[in-house]
Design a protein around this ligand. Structure first.
Ligand code: NAD
Length: 350
């Protein structure tokens, strides 16, 4: 079976970022604003040239449109990509300059942290604009570290996927977690509490050792984890964990994890279907973090975040059951659902 690939639409709009004195060089890509302001984090990374940074921004902004629509958030998709200056640089000046550009967009783009940026950077951005989230949480309100919410969403999705594939609860299942950083470790703790047993792998042996002591997890080398005897494989490290060789080696009947862009190539979705493996699409299951960021921007409570994150379970079930019914890979079905949702305008109370 050949999986249909997502169509790469050009973003509606992009803004080049250039402020030599502040070391700012990059782009804000706005892919879609039909549901509301384009929301997506700000990445600070090393790129070979401006073209590579722009291509990454376009790809990531498109991904945010799908993720935000699928999570039913009143936001479109956008992303900022900043080229990390070579050598020492004034971080504060850079993010303040970025904040001034975000402000000029008058709320059409809402930023937050992403790879290479953090809470203190967003506080610098917030000196110049209110169109920023990922700041320090205020009591009772949404905000702060999004990772626990992402972990909870993946956990809820996994419960649904396991029920669809095996017709039962997570208790007594064996879950192989690749990458036990902020999200992977949080997920492992939830699984341990739910009575699942764990096999874990990470390039950081200390993280594995600590988590193994806490949860009784077995630790295996990273190149062995996909092939371990387990019901579920949870990629929670970097993207591209699922290629043809990994899929051929998998013994798990469910793949459900936090990592973005888990499929090394779109056709891997078809290989998973051929092997009878239920793959819960990454952007459907890992939306907990952006749900928290969106709620922070809208001034909502933690309770509202929890309610929306818990919806990730039924949504995952809907995608997997529709995919099985149509004989299509779940990512293809998810993309179609997200594209329908992307057309709808939502009212954003800001
Ligand atoms: P993190 O940096 O805290 O953890 C990543 C872990 O993966 C680390 O322990 C690292 O040592 C390990 N790792 C890196 N390369 C590896 C490799 N080749 N093999 C095995 N382990 C490796 O990151 P995180 O915040 O936990 O995010 C994990 C994944 O989830 C990422 O792909 C991220 O994009 C995605 N994600 C995170 C969030 C969030 O809220 N943090 C939201 C959505 C998606």
């Amino acid at each position: 079976m050949v999986a249909q690939t997502r169509r790469m639409m050009p973003p509606m709009e992009y803004v080049r970022l250039s402020d030599e004195a502040a070391g700012l060089d990059g782009v804000i890509a706005i892919h879609s604003t039909a549901r509301g302001p384009a929301a997506g984090g700000c990445r600070l990374w090393t790129y070979d040239d401006a073209g590579a940074a722009m291509a990454d921004a376009f790809r990531l902004a498109e991904g945010m449109s799908y993720k935000n629509a699928m999570a039913r958030l009143p936001f479109g998709g956008g992303k900022a990509v900043l080229r990390k200056p070579a050598g020492a640089f004034d971080r504060r000046a850079l993010f303040e300059a970025f904040g001034r550009v975000v402000e000029k967009l008058e709320g059409r783009y809402v930023t937050a942290e992403d790879v290479g940026t953090g809470v203190s950077d967003m506080e610098c951005v917030a000196r110049h604009t209110r169109h920023v989230a990922g700041r320090t949480a205020l009591p009772g309100l949404a905000g702060g570290d999004p990772s626990p919410w992402t972990a909870l969403g993946v956990f809820e999705a996994m419960k649904a996927a396991v029920d669809v594939r095996y017709g039962g609860p997570l208790s007594g299942m064996r879950v192989a977690v690749l990458g036990v950083g902020n999200v992977g470790a949080g997920l492992a703790r939830l699984l341990h509490q739910a009575g699942a047993s764990l096999v874990i792998a990470d390039i950081d042996p200390l993280r594995c050792a600590r988590l193994a002591e806490e949860t009784g997890a077995a630790v295996v080398p990273i190149d062995a984890i996909a092939a371990v005897e387990a019901e579920v494989f949870a990629p929670c490290a970097l993207g591209g964990a699922l290629d043809a060789a990994t899929v051929a080696a998998l013994r798990a009947g469910v793949v459900c994890g936090a990592a973005n862009n888990q499929l090394a190539a779109p056709e891997v979705a078809g290989l998973l279907v051929e092997r009878g493996i239920a793959y819960a699409p990454d952007y459907v299951v890992n939306a907990g973090g952006i749900i928290n960021v969106a709620a922070e921007y809208l001034g909502e409570s933690e309770g509202e975040v929890r309610g929306r994150v818990l919806e990730i379970g039924p949504r995952t079930r809907e995608v997997l059951e529709a995919a099985a019914g149509a004989g299509l890979p779940p990512p293809v079905v998810a993309d179609r659902m997200a594209e329908q949702l992307m057309m709808r305008r939502e009212v954003v109370p800001v």
